[in-house]
Design a protein around this ligand. Structure first.
Ligand SMILES: [Zn+2]
Length: 298
């Protein structure tokens, strides 16, 4: 695929899966960014065939960098030993991100960043004899599938089988190359279980709760002139009243205002974002309800 020499891809996490993914990518793209802050440990060697005894105690990103540089001299390889968080992810500059991490926290960081900046990314995870790959190009997000749960497949829960890592990496890279080539990628969650591949459909349209920086910032305060509380967003926004109507018990609806009922509290929902809780004293509960309402913004 000579057509991708101008394209860049970042691989986050260089364990059993990521090391294979990085090598497969090196055959196609012009620039690879390798990101992992971990070192190779003796205990990794058995499950991660990319590394050998001589690599123990060295940074994974450096080891992969050196090996790929020898094998693929024509591409640009960048190695970065950083832990990915909400700040460091901002320095990841690539046309696509391939997630090979072993934890959900980092995946949500990648998700939030890619969502905000319209960067496609491909999630992959493998454990035991199961592999999962999900390409994200904006139709839905990681939060839509996993919500705020931090559970699911991770690589270090149980030993990953080498063949499963290879197959999962291959699927992940195939999807990434489709995206970089401007071709349609698989819609849904690709699963590789016991040698059989299938695809689970994912509903189109991101309407998950969102997390952290995607959340609407608001202040909840007690009304001075009347009973109840109000929530006001800190920035101008517009709520998706149509969606809210579907998700809550709706008592009254007009094109710009709804009255909904949640946990026995009647709430006036203005399209421009202000919420009025007609009754209620439990601020924690009202904050929770407000967050849920604000997740349906336009
Ligand atoms: Zn979503």
């Amino acid at each position: 695929m000579a057509g991708l020499s101008g394209k860049s891809a970042a691989v986050i996490g260089l364990g059993a899966l990521g090391s294979v993914t990085a090598e497969l990518l090196a055959k196609s793209v012009g620039t690879i960014v390798l990101i992992d802050h971990d070192i190779v440990e003796q205990s990794n060697l058995e499950r991660q065939p990319f590394y050998d005894k001589g690599n123990v105690n060295k940074l994974k990103c450096e080891v992969v960098y050196e090996k790929l540089m020898k094998r693929y001299s024509k591409i640009i390889i960048v190695s970065r030993a950083v832990h990915i968080d909400q700040q460091t992810i901002k320095e990841v500059n690539a046309d696509i991100i391939l997630d090979c991490t072993d934890n959900f926290e980092t995946r949500f960081v990648i998700n939030d960043y890619c969502k905000k900046n319209n960067i496609p990314w491909v999630h992959a995870a493998a454990t035991g004899s199961i592999g999962v790959v999900v390409p994200f190009t904006g139709n839905y997000c990681f939060g839509c599938i996993y919500g705020n749960k931090k559970k699911g497949l991770t690589c270090d829960d149980s030993g990953i089988m080498i063949e499963v890592a290879r197959k999962t990496a291959q699927i992940q890279v195939d999807e990434a190359l489709k995206i970089l080539n401007g071709k349609p990628c698989t819609q849904g969650m690709i699963r590789f279980v016991g040698g059989v591949i299938d695809t689970l459909a994912i509903k189109d349209g991101c309407n998950c709760m969102g997390r952290k920086e995607n959340n609407v910032q608001f202040t909840l305060s007690k009304c001075t002139t009347r009973a109840g509380y109000s929530a006001k967003p800190s920035k101008n926004m517009k709520l998706n009243l149509g969606k809210i109507k579907e998700k809550f018990t709706t008592l009254i609806e007009t094109p710009i205002v709804l009255v909904i009922k949640e946990n026995d509290i009647e709430i006036v929902v203005h399209e421009y974002g202000e919420l009025l809780f007609k009754s209620g004293t439990d601020e924690e509960l009202m904050n929770k309800i407000a967050k849920k309402v604000y997740s349906f913004k336009l």
